[in-house]
Write a protein that binds this ligand. Structure first.
Ligand SMILES: Nc1nc2c(ncn2[C@@H]2O[C@H](COP(=O)(O)OP(=O)(O)OP(=O)(O)O)[C@@H](O)[C@H]2O)c(=O)[nH]1
Ligand SMILES: O=C(O)[C@H](O)COP(=O)(O)O
Length: 242
């Protein structure tokens, strides 16, 4: 339940149904490995977000009922979606619900940022001075953090080219957007190339455990390329379909 939160900041984590997560990794990871990766990264983001000082709470907005116990385990609020209609609808729904409960600000953090830490989240929050603050991904085009005061300050425009779209949305409302920088936030895991980079960089403990389980498969291609898709019966390296 979301209690009235006065002048408060809520972190919002949008999460797809686990079975449809990480489709862009389908060419290199079987379905069960993608589900496990999505869950491991969500756990790492929850471990980085829930202890953060100065926030009122962390809300996971998702159509996936099975994530309720995961949210409970971390003291996060599970916030169901009315329908499955995409990331922007989910984020806008969370903003409406939280604003109606008195939230002053929402900070949207996607669930595929396994390198974020409590310190990184606290540093980012401490840097925010504007009503709309945006942190772009390492390719420079996506949005890996969107802070809005009030939560409805702009309509979310996640998706291709979302950094520019969020900047434009802020200007259109007469608000001066602020760009925030954080290496830990820059690395979302979308593509096979991101996956390979993940095996070579820092990440939270849940994702690190996932990598150790699957490292051989990820790195088995020549020249360290991500392994090609494995057939359904080929479970030796990747483990069994859950
Ligand atoms: N609640 C909710 N979250 C979503 C939805 N679509 C994406 N997300 C979440 O938004 C964040 C960024 O998602 P994307 O990178 O676009 O999607 P993804 O599932 O991670 O990867 P792809 O399937 O490869 O696009 C992740 O935390 C997703 O779980 C949606 O329809 N509803
Ligand atoms: O950057 C964004 O707007 C969202 O993370 C979704 O886009 P991406 O996952 O394709 O970067």
């Amino acid at each position: 339940m979301i209690e009235a939160s006065g002048n408060a900041t809520w972190i919002v984590i949008p999460v797809k149904r686990l079975e449809s997560a990480k489709q862009r990794l389908a060419p290199v990871l079987p379905a069960h490995a993608r589900r496990e990766l999505a869950l491991a990264m969500l756990r790492d983001v929850l471990e980085a977000a829930t202890p953060v000082r100065g926030i009122r709470g962390v809300a996971v907005v998702t159509p996936d009922e099975r994530l309720r116990p995961v949210c409970d385990a971390y003291g996060a609020t599970w916030l169901g979606e009315e329908s499955v209609s995409g990331m922007n609808a989910a984020v806008a729904h969370a903003a409406r619900v939280l604003e109606a409960s008195g939230a002053a600000r929402t900070v949207v953090i996607p669930a595929d940022l396994p390198a974020v830490s409590v310190a990184a989240v606290e540093r980012v929050l401490a840097e925010i001075t504007a009503d709309v603050a945006i942190l772009r991904d390492r390719r420079g085009r996506g949005t890996n953090m969107l802070a809005c005061r009030p939560p409805s300050a702009i309509q979310p425009r996640f998706g291709t080219g979302s950094f520019a779209a969020h900047i434009e949305a802020a200007w259109a409302r007469g608000l001066t957007p602020q760009e925030i920088h954080s290496p830990a936030f820059a690395c979302d895991v979308d593509t096979p190339e991101d996956l390979l980079a993940l095996t070579r960089g820092a990440c939270g403990r849940n994702t690190a455990r996932w990598i150790e389980h699957y490292r051989a498969g990820i790195e088995s291609g020549s020249n360290g390329e991500v392994a090609p898709s494995l057939g359904a019966g080929q479970t030796t390296t990747w483990g069994k379909e859950a």
